[in-house]
Design a protein around this ligand. Structure first.
Ligand SMILES: *[C@@H]1O[C@H](CO)[C@@H](O)[C@H](O)[C@H]1NC(C)=O
Ligand SMILES: *[C@@H]1O[C@H](CO)[C@@H](O)[C@H](O)[C@H]1NC(C)=O
Ligand SMILES: *[C@@H]1O[C@H](CO)[C@@H](O)[C@H](O)[C@H]1NC(C)=O
Ligand SMILES: *[C@@H]1O[C@H](CO)[C@@H](O)[C@H](O)[C@H]1NC(C)=O
Ligand SMILES: *[C@@H]1O[C@H](CO)[C@@H](O)[C@H](O)[C@H]1NC(C)=O
Ligand SMILES: *[C@@H]1O[C@H](CO)[C@@H](O)[C@H](O)[C@H]1NC(C)=O
Length: 298
């Protein structure tokens, strides 16, 4: 039983987290990360403007090498905002970052938006490094760099992870960003079997220890898929324990629409680590079922 759990042992340990001031939100690192709200696939000009005018805290978007719709020169590929299979967009990474930064510079601190840049290929990431460094004030505004750098559950062999060595080399050239690094996943609407295994955890800790050996205190968030994370409390706890002395470690729970999720186990996962350690970026329906305001339901 690779996923065997004795989560009841852990459940009560961390329940009494400090209650933070939710209104400081991103700037002062809210103590309640589950309260942070997300917009996804903000890959067009229109959607970006909508999100900038909303209360959403974090803008997640995808970067590919491609061309701008209006551009007739389609030989020269640049980082654009798009999700595969799209290869064109109406907005470049450069313009995307400029607009978010312009917004962040004029609003009051509590209205600052974070940005999570999701890279599906190493080429897109490497081509984006100088753009991010030249344009974006990573020191002042939360900036996450996301990639799946290892093969993950359940037996995922279909998606090719982003090359970890080249990814970390790129990270070292960037300013102060949060690393959002995970495993590729394969999950379904029915399966409730499978977890992040010991092997997945060991592969992650070794790649981090080897490639970030000279960089203490990096902030790392592990994006974990809700249905699988719910089955992986023990193993993800050991990942956390192994890395926490050296790095600032959190989890970001995400879920595809209609993924199978054991809601009760996911609640236990979240309250085990505490709402100051877990971002919850899942569909509204699932989030409501989690009753995050009610610890006593445990
Ligand atoms: C963040 O914390 C600092 C120092 O504690 C405080 O001066 C500042 O007003 C806080 N910012 C927000 C947005 O609450
Ligand atoms: C994953 O692979 C293992 C070992 O090959 C196998 O026992 C298991 O049934 C597979 N799981 C799924 C969900 O395909
Ligand atoms: C970095 O990570 C990769 C992938 O896990 C590994 O092959 C490599 O040996 C690691 N260490 C260094 C110093 O690059
Ligand atoms: C984690 O981040 C906090 C606040 O940014 C910082 O004070 C602390 O030193 C960091 N911890 C580690 C282990 O780097
Ligand atoms: C944390 O945020 C969630 C979602 O907004 C809310 O339901 C919950 O009451 C908050 N918990 C604390 C301790 O502030
Ligand atoms: C929390 O759950 C308990 C048990 O189901 C229930 O009695 C209580 O009313 C709930 N509290 C809130 C604030 O929803």
């Amino acid at each position: 039983m690779k996923c065997i759990m004795f989560h009841q042992l852990f459940v009560l340990i961390d329940i009494f987290f400090t209650i933070g001031m939710a209104d400081t939100r991103l700037v002062n690192h809210s103590d309640n990360l589950t309260d942070i709200t997300w917009a996804h696939a903000v890959d067009s000009q229109k959607y970006l403007l909508e999100v900038l005018n909303s209360d959403i805290d974090f803008i997640e978007a995808d970067i590919l090498l491609g061309v701008i719709d209006s551009n007739t020169d389609n030989e020269h590929l640049i980082p654009i905002m798009a999700h595969p299979p799209a290869t064109t967009s109406d907005i470049t990474l450069e313009s995307f970052l400029e607009q978010i930064q312009n917004h962040n510079r004029i609003v009051e601190p509590s209205k600052v938006k974070g940005v999570k840049l999701d890279f599906k290929t190493i080429d897109a990431f490497e081509a984006s490094i100088s753009i991010i460094n030249n344009i974006y004030d990573m020191q002042s505004f939360p900036t996450w760099i996301n990639a799946d750098i290892l093969a993950g559950p359940v037996n995922n062999t279909e998606t090719i992870p982003v090359d970890p060595k080249r990814f970390f080399d790129g990270i070292k050239q960037l300013g102060p960003v949060v690393l959002s690094i995970g495993w590729t996943t394969k999950w379904s609407q029915s399966s409730l079997e499978g977890c992040y295994t010991k092997e997945h955890i060991n592969a992650m800790t070794s790649t981090i220890n080897e490639n970030l050996s000279d960089e203490h205190g990096k902030s790392i968030t592990f994006p974990v898929r809700a249905g699988i994370a719910a089955n992986s409390l023990e193993h993800l706890t050991s990942l956390y324990e192994t890395l926490k002395e050296k790095h600032n470690v959190t989890f970001t729970i995400w879920s595809s629409e209609n993924d199978a999720v054991d809601v009760e186990k996911l609640r236990q996962f979240i309250f085990n680590f505490g709402v100051n350690k877990v971002y919850v970026d899942v569909p509204t329906d699932l989030k409501n079922q989690l009753h995050l305001g009610n610890v006593s339901l445990l």
